[in-house]
Design a protein around this ligand. Structure first.
Ligand SMILES: NC(=O)c1ccc[n+]([C@@H]2O[C@H](COP(=O)([O-])OP(=O)(O)OC[C@H]3O[C@@H](n4cnc5c(N)ncnc54)[C@H](OP(=O)(O)O)[C@@H]3O)[C@@H](O)[C@H]2O)c1
Length: 192
């Protein structure tokens, strides 16, 4: 979203892409709930098929719950594809016992800095990992299942540095049902 450009202009650019046959559908990234509603109304008027939002969403990052995007997407019948669903790898077994040399923290400091792997965060990761174990999942699988359980979440966009991670992550679809106790425990740990 570019706050310096009128929404009509941005939506007009998307409309042109569809009208010229370069795309069948459009998606928006990083809008908040209020702006999404305005954008969707403009796209409807222009008869542009808008179907999906791409936003950061994971147990540790609840911004779309706070800025109205999640609620507005559901109300408008638009999907959400979540990026950074593993919080850059923090919601996995990566940092349970320190910082591995081949991890994103060490190999690419742009998106995840060492300072974010602090003691309270490691404690949260360890507690969440215990819940995942109880469900027969890895923490990465549970983090993805936790997103996929939501009707409004159409898909997750997980990154990977190794083929095994992809094979692990796709197993998330095997169990997207959570008990009330599990949900409450996840809420308490991830939000504390
Ligand atoms: N629209 C936007 O503004 C926007 C912004 C950001 C990203 N994106 C898109 O979203 C994609 C995903 O974002 P992301 O890479 O931040 O996602 P992420 O899924 O939160 O983090 C991916 C990292 O988690 C670790 N990982 C993945 N699966 C694992 C597993 N099963 N076990 C242990 N560790 C595992 C790997 O870290 P290691 O490298 O340490 O192994 C991997 O590089 C990006 O590639 C990008 O295309 C879009």
């Amino acid at each position: 979203m570019d706050p310096a450009t009128p929404l009509e202009e941005t939506m007009g650019a998307l409309a042109q892409i569809v009208a010229s046959g370069k795309a069948l559908y459009v998606g928006l990234s990083n809008y908040d709930g209020k702006t999404l509603e305005q954008a969707a109304a403009i796209l409807d008027e222009m008869h542009v098929p808008f179907i999906i939002n791409q936003n950061r969403y994971n147990m540790f990052d609840r911004e779309i719950e706070k800025n109205g995007l999640k609620e507005a997407s559901g109300a408008l019948g638009k999907g959400i594809i979540c990026f950074s669903p593993l919080a850059q790898g923090m919601l996995s077994n990566r940092y349970l016992h320190g910082i591995p040399e081949d991890s994103r923290v060490r190999t690419d400091g742009r998106f995840l800095q060492e300072s974010r792997i602090d003691k309270p965060t490691i404690e949260k990761i360890q507690k969440l990992n215990e819940i995942a174990k109880g469900r027969g999942q890895t923490l990465a699988e549970m983090a993805l299942s936790w997103l996929l359980k939501e009707d409004v979440v159409t898909s997750v966009l997980a990154g990977a540095s190794k083929p095994e991670q992809i094979l692990d992550n796709i197993k998330a679809v095997e169990n997207v049902t959570f008990t009330q106790d599990e949900l409450e425990a996840i809420e308490q740990i991830s939000m504390e």
